[in-house]
Write a protein that binds this ligand. Structure first.
Ligand code: HEC
Length: 200
């Protein structure tokens, strides 16, 4: 006589479990995808709208949170221009595409991703190495146009080759770096001391 197996040993039970778990996890993945997309969209909580490039961006330690936070300050237009949201998005987008096309990640990290030959660019806009707020735009432009002649070397002796950018691409890259410096990166890079800003 055939003895029936206990319910937990039945093949049918485990097949149903596998189907249910796969379907449930697929649903969770879809929900997480929408959640991540919402979190990384410009204008959402931690990622500022592109028109943030019209403002002073400061970076200060928040005692309650225990980490540094970008602070969006007064209006300080970039290249003396006030960009609409659409224009700002176009400019930042041009900068991002240029950074991808020229493969800056071959040497740099952006938001922690990339190579470790050259400094992380997440807060490059706020780097005290630019001297002061007034000179920064010009020095960044000169550096990106001709990094060989305008090398700073950070004491490492490493040099950046000329990425051969057009004037429009340089402006795009600077807008992209300014926008990226306003992203709340949970305190990354740790211990970064920004260029003193007029508002502070
Ligand atoms: C072959 C390696 C290499 C590539 C590729 C490269 N860089 Fe650099 N970059 C460096 C090095 C090395 C430094 C630091 C030396 C210096 O300042 O001269 C640097 C410094 C910088 C700085 C100053 C960083 C700061 O914190 O002040 C910026 C901005 C920058 N690079 C942007 C770019 C962009 C944008 C691209 C792509 C178009 C790029 N780099 C591609 C090597 C590279």
């Amino acid at each position: 006589m055939k003895t029936s197996a206990p319910w937990w040993a039945a093949e049918d039970f485990w097949r149903k479990c596998a189907i249910f778990i796969t379907a449930f996890m697929a649903l969770i993945l879809i929900l997480l995808t929408f959640h991540s997309l919402a979190a990384i969209t410009a204008g959402a909580g931690r990622v500022p709208a592109y028109s943030v490039i019209n403002h002073r961006i400061d970076y200060r330690f928040d005692r309650e949170l225990g980490r540094s936070m970008p602070i969006i300050g007064d209006e300080v237009p970039l290249f003396g221009t006030k960009f609409s949201e659409v224009e700002a998005r176009e400019l930042v987008n041009l900068g991002k595409l240029t950074v991808q096309a020229k493969n800056c990640m071959n040497c740099h990290t952006l938001l922690g991703n990339g190579a470790y030959y050259a400094p992380d660019l997440t807060k490059a806009w706020l780097d005290p190495g630019w001297g002061n707020e007034q000179a920064r735009e010009l020095l960044m432009t000169m550096f990106l146009k001709d990094p060989v002649a305008n090398a700073r070397t950070f004491g490492t002796g490493r040099r950046m080759p000329n990425p051969e950018l057009s004037d429009a691409e340089v402006r795009g890259v600077i807008a992209f770096l300014k926008w990226m410096s306003a992203v709340d990166t949970n305190g990354f890079p740790h211990g970064f001391k920004p260029l003193p800003q007029g508002g502070s």
